[in-house]
Design a protein around this ligand. Structure first.
Ligand code: PMP
Length: 316
């Protein structure tokens, strides 16, 4: 496994500490039972080459706290104090390029029972340098997974829970075994849900379509951003159930999410989508997305939280 370019400090048990000191016991309840919640947030180097801007930090903070609420976690944070803690850690780590931020909530107790209450609740945060996770221009080949997306009344889909990612891992593994790069999961109703770690959009006859939030998907923040980009650009948008065969017949399709960013889907189950290359609507939305996160588009400037660069300590 390649070395992970971890940034030097983490937030752990209420304090900023060197990353190597942020350790939990092997008895940790969340480690045994997956009862944790997490966020994945990106910070992008601004076009000025100096500032790192965190994308939609208040929204990610709010979603993590909502996931924590589903897990009945009691934490001494609200949306703004959580966001401020993330910014303080980012400033301490003084990133010089793109970063990925991983805050998570876990239950440190040792009880040998999978349960939600009485285990204590903790927040921890670490950060790493990170570039592209999936290709964002050539596109990826997706494979419809034989693993169904977990239904909301099995594990709440709108909660971003650690244990639920076993489902993602099975789907991604199968997609890779079958020669693709990403899985497309259907829900229990057989309708399109999402990728293993990303939401999905298709384009048919100029209309951008994505499954509704009731389709057992994560309520993706990048998804919400792309809907806004499309509406503002005058592209018709629909949120409705999507059949598998519609993806086969789509003119364009793409995944989006914090890790993935935007990844055109050029084939599904070995069948080319559209011309088998990134389509014009995907390309247009992709440009708006990257202009936004790189600080080149003032229209969505309120979505960026700048990380103040640490003042270099004078030598001597
Ligand atoms: N679905 C799943 C299962 C995910 O893991 C992610 C990544 N967080 C997404 C969708 C996209 O969500 P977001 O745009 O908020 O990162």
């Amino acid at each position: 496994m390649a070395a992970i370019p971890m940034l030097s400090h983490a937030f752990f048990e209420g304090q900023i500490v060197p990353f190597g000191e942020a350790k939990v016991s092997i008895g940790t309840n969340t480690l045994q039972y997956g009862t944790g919640a997490f966020a994945g947030i990106r910070g992008y180097l601004d076009a000025d080459g100096e500032t790192v801007n965190i994308f939609r930090l208040p929204d990610h903070s709010a979603r993590l706290l909502r996931s924590a609420k589903l897990l009945r976690a009691e934490l001494p944070f609200d949306r703004d104090s959580l966001a401020a803690t993330i910014v303080a850690l980012a400033e301490r780590n003084a990133p010089t390029g793109d970063i990925y931020i991983r805050p998570f909530v876990y239950k440190p107790g040792f009880d040998l029972t999978p349960k939600l209450r009485g285990m204590g609740d903790e927040l921890a945060i670490y950060m790493l340098q990170m570039g592209d996770y999936l290709d964002t221009s050539k596109g990826v080949r997706a494979v419809v997974s034989s693993w169904k997306r977990i239904a909301d009344n099995a594990i709440p889909s709108r909660g971003k829970f650690t244990g639920a990612y076993v489902n993602s891992a099975f789907a991604k593994d199968e997609a890779e075994e079958k020669g693709g790069e990403e899985a497309l999961l259907l829900n229990e109703q057989g309708k399109v849900a999402e990728g293993s770690g990303c939401n999905v959009f298709i384009v048919r006859d100029g209309v951008l379509t994505t499954p509704p939030i009731s389709a057992d998907i994560l309520e993706g923040i990048t998804r919400r951003s792309f809907i806004r980009f499309a509406v503002d650009a005058g592209i018709p948008v629909e949120q409705r159930e999507i059949d598998r065969s519609e993806v086969y017949l789509a003119d364009e399709a793409f995944f989006c999410g914090t890790g993935v960013q935007v990844s055109p889907i050029i084939a599904i189950d070995g069948r080319p989508i559209g011309e088998g290359v990134m389509g014009p609507i995907t390309s247009r939305l992709r440009d708006i997305f990257f202009d936004t996160v790189r600080g080149r588009n003032d229209r969505y400037a309120e979505w960026l939280t700048p990380v103040r660069q640490a003042v270099p300590v004078a030598a001597g």
